[in-house]
Design a protein around this ligand. Structure first.
Ligand code: HEM
Ligand code: HEM
Ligand SMILES: [Fe+2]
Length: 461
């Protein structure tokens, strides 16, 4: 760690971890409700648990991205953060908005639109908050000694994510139009601009962890950005099949949706190739595992399982079933949750000056959470395919089918328990690292095995 102001990132990471914990609690509430054990129904009905679970997910990821930017950008551009106070103000206001939104859901104060449930007045506060964040990052980059491709891609991703929040706020009482704009936010976030954030953070981690030349890593970053835009923008069409939009979306969505896995495949090949090429035996193997794991699991969850239901002929049957939940879990986990956990695993030793990354607990956290998530995905897949066959092919009633599916959720709960054990281990690690303190001492992980070419290139860039 080179700059004192990077420490503010720790508070974003800590908040992010708290929200993740709460997200899992609501996941379990829904898992049990699906099993027929819905004792909390009067206090937390299913729709409230669902909105809380998914919104907490989005907020802890955004908090993690913001922390990542506050950590990465000063180092990339070579100066202290513009304002640490502003970062604090922004974190506190984000938490206040988040808490009000979550409490509001429990009192039926919500918009009822999947993923965009936050009521309109709070949406505006989110916009102001994100603008404050972007202002802080932009001012840091402005007139800095250098600008790197990595920091630009990261900034552009964050800026576009903020702008793309706005279409979700366009007022309409037309259901098709409402759906149309909702997907600009949901799809263009996760299959568009968030991929740029992912590309930027992955590039930073690969530069730090593998020792491969910055120029080479950043050249690949352009390819990833190109593939993302080529497929992701028109790929939005895979949500416009049967919602009242014109028929040409069947062709556009089918074609470009099918191309989308390429960007994730590119990311996986890129990360693996750089790790193999890198001569550096960086001591933080755990952060490298999360980084490479992120690129692979995102390909499986987003690319492979996304492709599984992207064609109109398939989506006609699977739309809105547990097949979607299967894909949603693995995709969000692989691409974005693992990304945040990767940067935290890398940053904690730097922020706190303690080297705990090689402990058995850190290894357990990685494997238990990943094996648990694969098992959860399988449980959702079995339940989802059964649901599609019984409900959409056989024609049984929705609620009768849900009753048939209860048994599969026992499997989900078992898998989720293993997953949660991994996350608890990760959180224990986080707490053991302690608070960020001590002097700024440079990279605690640097080793003498850094190839000369890489240090020279980094110094020049
Ligand atoms: C990291 C990237 C991705 C994430 C986080 C993600 C997550 C999700 C989530 C949460 C949903 C449900 C959204 C809703 O109903 O509001 C969804 C739907 C969908 N995703 Fe993805 N996805 C990703 C990438 C992909 C890719 C690359 C493809 C195609 C190859 C894809 C294909 C689809 C399709 C077709 C649906 C609609 C399912 C339905 O009709 O119910 N996704 N995705
Ligand atoms: C303890 C672990 C977890 C459990 C038991 C759990 C369970 C569930 C359940 C039962 C649903 C509702 C499915 C339905 O609509 O019927 C759900 C939705 C969802 N969960 Fe989780 N979850 C867990 C962790 C996670 C994690 C870690 C993520 C992201 C990384 C995640 C992302 C999502 C998403 C995106 C949806 C909405 C899916 C859709 O659009 O269909 N969950 N979860
Ligand atoms: Fe999509």
């Amino acid at each position: 760690m080179k700059y004192e102001s990077q420490r503010v990132a720790w508070w974003f990471f800590a908040t992010s971890m708290l929200l993740l914990t709460l997200q899992l609690v609501y996941g379990f509430i829904m898992g049990f409700a699906h099993m027929g054990l819905d004792g909390l129904h009067d206090v937390i009905p299913f729709h409230v648990a669902r909105a809380t679970h998914t919104n907490l997910l989005v907020v802890w990821l955004l908090c993690g991205f913001m922390g990542s930017a506050y950590y990465i950008v000063p180092e990339e551009v070579g100066r202290e953060l513009f304002s640490v106070k502003l970062a604090w103000l922004q974190l506190i206001s984000l938490v206040v908005v988040g808490v009000v939104a979550i409490v509001g859901f429990h009192f039926q104060w919500w918009e009822g639109r999947k993923f965009l449930e936050i009521p309109r007045p709070l949406d505006w506060l989110v916009v102001v908050n994100v603008l404050l964040f972007l202002f802080n990052i932009a001012k840091t980059m402005w007139k800095s000694p250098r600008i790197t491709t990595t920091s630009c891609v990261l900034f552009f991703g964050l800026l576009m994510a903020a702008l793309l929040y706005l279409p979700g706020m366009i007022p309409t009482d037309h259901q098709t139009l409402d759906s149309y704009w909702r997907w600009w936010v949901v799809h263009l976030w996760v299959e568009g601009v968030w991929e740029l954030i992912m590309g930027g953070i992955l590039a930073y981690l690969l530069i730090k962890l593998t020792g491969v030349d910055r120029e080479l890593i950043e050249k690949w970053l352009y390819v990833i950005v190109g593939l993302t835009f080529l497929s992701g923008i028109l790929g939005t069409g895979h949500h416009y099949y049967y919602i009242g939009t014109p028929r040409y979306w069947l062709l556009i969505g089918g074609l470009f949706g099918a191309l989308e896995p390429l960007a994730f495949l590119g990311m996986a090949i890129y990360a693996i190739a750089m790790a193999k090429k890198g001569g550096r035996a960086h001591p933080n193997r755990n952060a490298l595992a999360w980084t490479i794991g992120c690129s692979i699991m995102s390909f499986v969850g987003a690319g492979f399982l996304g492709f599984a239901h992207t064609l109109p002929q398939v989506n006609m049957y699977t739309h809105g079933t547990l097949v979607t939940a299967m894909h949603g879990h693995m995709a969000f986990w692989g691409a974005y949750a693992m990304l945040v956990l990767a940067i935290i695993s890398y940053a904690l030793p730097q922020l706190t000056g303690r080297k705990l990354h090689d402990t058995p607990l850190a290894t357990f956290a990685f494997w238990a959470s990943n094996i648990g998530m694969v098992a959860m995905t399988l449980a959702f897949a079995v339940a989802g395919v059964t649901q599609v066959v019984l409900e959409r092919r056989v024609g049984m009633d929705f609620l009768t089918v849900q009753k048939e599916l209860e048994v599969h959720f026992f499997g989900l709960i078992l898998a989720a328990t293993l997953f949660a054990a991994g996350i608890v281990a990760y959180l224990v690690q986080f707490v053991r690292y302690g608070m960020p303190k001590g002097d700024v001492i440079g990279d605690v992980d640097e080793t003498s095995e850094v190839p000369a070419v890489s240090t020279a290139a980094e110094a020049l860039s």
